[in-house]
Design a protein around this ligand. Sequence first.
Ligand code: ADP
Length: 608
Amino acid sequence: MPGDLGLRVLREHVASVYAAYNASILVHFGLGAALGIVMYVHRPRWWILAWMAAHLSFGLVLFLMPRWHADVPLQDTTRWARRHSRTVTLVSMATATAPWLFISADDLPTTSVLTVVIIGSCARAMQLLWPLKPALYGYTLPMMASLIAALAWQGDAMHLFLAVFSLGYLLFTLRVGGQQHKLLTDSLVLRFENEALAAQLGVQIAAAERASAEKTRFLATASHDLRQPLHAIALFGAALENELREHHGSRNAQRLMRAVNALGNSLDTMLDVSRLDAGVITPDIAPVSLDAMFRSLNHMFAAQAEQRALQLRVRASGLWVHSDPQLLYRMLSNLVDNALKYTAQGGVSVRARARGGVVWIEVLDTGIGIAPEQQDRVFEEYYQVQNPGRDRAQGLGIGLSIVERLSRLLDHPVQVTSRVGRGTRFRLQLPMVAAAPQHEQQAAAPMQQPQRTAAAPVTFTAPAAHPLPSVKAIQAAHGRVLLIDDEAEIREAMARLLQGHGIAVETAANEAEAIDALGRPGTQAEPFVLLLCDYRLANGDNGLDVGLRLQRRFGLDAPLVLVTGETAPERLQRVRASGVPVLFKPVNAATLLRMLGDFLPGLRHAIV
Ligand code: ADP
């Protein structure tokens, strides 16, 4: 046993014998006094009174002696254990005088009483002292040895019988005491080892939680830092794409934009995982119509299925479930996306069945299947069965880890069954609710157009780039956009993009420049119809506060739209609470123009 563990076990033993200290003294010396009285009544002799007085005085001294208490340092435990063993040995040696004083061959009643009292003391000692073996031996041996010897000394058959009986009892007591001691010691060792393991586990869990929080922070920071230049690339690229529209270089510009969009999507996916891990996503549970959701899935994946010459079958069930519509949609779209990706021929079907108060949603495919030993691993982050080269075109290996995290968050258990070469079935289990007609529209609505907004708890992949509206078509737009961004590059790129689409833009690096622009004469003739603000501005300013201050100061009707690469959940929360619309960097030109179209009437006409 290692030193510290041994000391802790000993400390428990010492604590348990000292817990019975008072009772032991009272019982031992009480019995001694009772014995003395009986002896004196039976045969009044002065030395019996002297023996009683000495005996009781010794008891009093022990009663007043300092004892072990819970504040005694661990290192002193051995000293206290020895001290207790010594004390009880002395008590026993003092009591060992009694047999030689009281036992005589012609007084069997006295012999019997004394034998019973000493054996009784031993029995009690075994119960109280077995945690400390030296104390058990120290207390029982002198008393019993003296009794046995005194009995045997008398030489007659009766006394010899009592001596043998007492010897047998002594051996039995010591054996049982030893066994009990071992049992108690083993269970204490086990308890301390378990406590140490639990503490170690606690430390490891805390370290894992810290690592996870650091990963989330790192991803949020890296994501923000990567989004900034990517945003500039996206804007310049979109402007370039627009400028090269009629030119032979337009194909390259389109490819560039596809790569930028793909990178933006990867960043969003990584961010989703870290936000789910950080526990900042809170589900918004409501009755959800599965028919409406399946329609949206069909709408989203029909083209992909057709392109791969696969059948996508989505079956209406009329069922409703209790879930968060956005998050459930995210789970199902990841499953359907995988099913299509890993199926070469045949098809994919999505269906729901009710069974005993629960609904099972199944996504089945006739694809390559997943081997049994891989079926748990596919839910791990970045785990892919067959992509050692990490070809991005084959995915990131995150889709199912998001499904698994959402399944835990929403409490929708997910199961997979699959046969290699035959296909795969993913099943989700959800609580069923009765159809609620008034919910039908709300439940279906968020699914129609998943998009990246601050209100969406999980970012959705930006919609595929739509063809941009032509310059001519939107030249009818009037009014100007005031763009506030502290980065000159972004101001220039955004201005080029918007101007390329016939939208007049004024740029400002900060609040002071924006005040200048808004206060300039001529603003009446060509008013600002929109404030487009970067969220994180120089000198600790933020676009939300700046934009709201400008609206107040100039009494502007022009709405505010924020652009952010911000990913820290607390900050997103603040933006979300303000209700101001947000675009996430890298901003896709089509999304930006669509958003602007909502605020610039001429532009909306051109885009819708
Ligand atoms: P990926 O981006 O690689 O699709 P996922 O986390 O979505 O990442 O899936 C992890 C792995 O699980 C995939 O690489 C693929 O090997 C396997 N997998 C997922 N869904 C299916 C499916 N329906 N059929 C066969 N294999 C699948």
